[in-house]
Design a protein around this ligand. Sequence first.
Ligand SMILES: Nc1nc2c(ncn2[C@@H]2O[C@H](COP(=O)(O)OP(=O)(O)OP(=O)(O)O)[C@@H](O)[C@H]2O)c(=O)[nH]1
Ligand SMILES: [Mg+2]
Length: 238
Amino acid sequence: MLDGRTVSLVMPCRNEAAFLEDLISEVPEFFDEVICVSNKSTDNTVEVGRRIESNEPRFKLLQDNRTADGIGYGFAHMTGINAASGDVIVCADSDGTYPVEDVPQLWHTMREIGVTFTSCTRYPDRGIPFKLQFGVKILNIEIALLYGLRIHDSLSGMWIFTKDVKSRLHLTEGDWNLSPQIKLNAYELLGPKFKELKITQKMRYGETKQSYLKTGLKHLLWIATNRFVKRSNVQPCD
Ligand SMILES: Nc1nc2c(ncn2[C@@H]2O[C@H](COP(=O)(O)OP(=O)(O)OP(=O)(O)O)[C@@H](O)[C@H]2O)c(=O)[nH]1
Ligand SMILES: [Mg+2]
C-alpha cells in the first residue's frame, strides 16, 4: 500500500525461469499484488511461477500466448494490466533492470505535481551502450516531430499510473510497439498529467535476447504509421 492505495506490479515474462524466484523475493512489501504474464516461454518459467504462487500470496502467474511476429510483450502487458486490481499500477520488465523499489518516491512526486501517468526514463545515462542511446534518441526525435511530445526515453518499459487511467489507455499493440503506444496514448489522453520521471536502470538478470536493430526499425515505422492512422478510440485530454 502507498498512501492508503493498493499497488499492483505487472511484469511481462518470457524465459526468465532462472532468475524469477530471486526477482520475486526482492519485490518490496508495499506491492499488494505481483502479476507475471508469461508468453510462450520455452523454459520452465510457468512451473517456477506456479511454485512461487504456492509460497507467495501476492504472486500470480498468468499466461497469454498470443504473438505478433513471434513477440508477445504487448499482449502480456495488456493481460496483466487488465487483471491488475490495484489503485496504482506499476509495469516493469521481469529481468531486474527497473528499480521498482523506487516507486514510493516516484509516486510521492507524481502526487506533488498532480500527474496520473509516469513513464520512468532511463536517460540521460552515459552508462547505456551508445547504439541503444542513439536508437532511442532517433525515436525520441520522431515522436517530438510527429506528436509534439518531448520525451527522453521513448522505449522505457517502466510506467506508473492510476486505476482510472487504465481503462482509457486503449492498448492494442501485441508486440514491442506497446511501449511507445502506451506513452503516446497516455499523453494524448492526459496532456500535462503525463510526465517522465528519472530512474536509474540496473544490470539485467541473464543474457539479452533482444534484436535491437530489428525492433528499433519496427518502432520507427510504427510511430510514423500510428500518427496518420485514425485513433478514434483514444479520448482527448481531460
Ligand atoms: N510475455 C512476454 N514477455 C516477453 C516477451 N519478450 C520479452 N519479454 C519480457 O519482456 C521484458 C523485456 O524483454 P527484454 O528481453 O529484457 O528486452 P529489452 O529490455 O528490450 O532488452 P535487454 O537489453 O535484453 O534488457 C523481459 O522481462 C522479458 O522477459 C514476450 O514475447 N512475451
Ligand atoms: Mg530488458
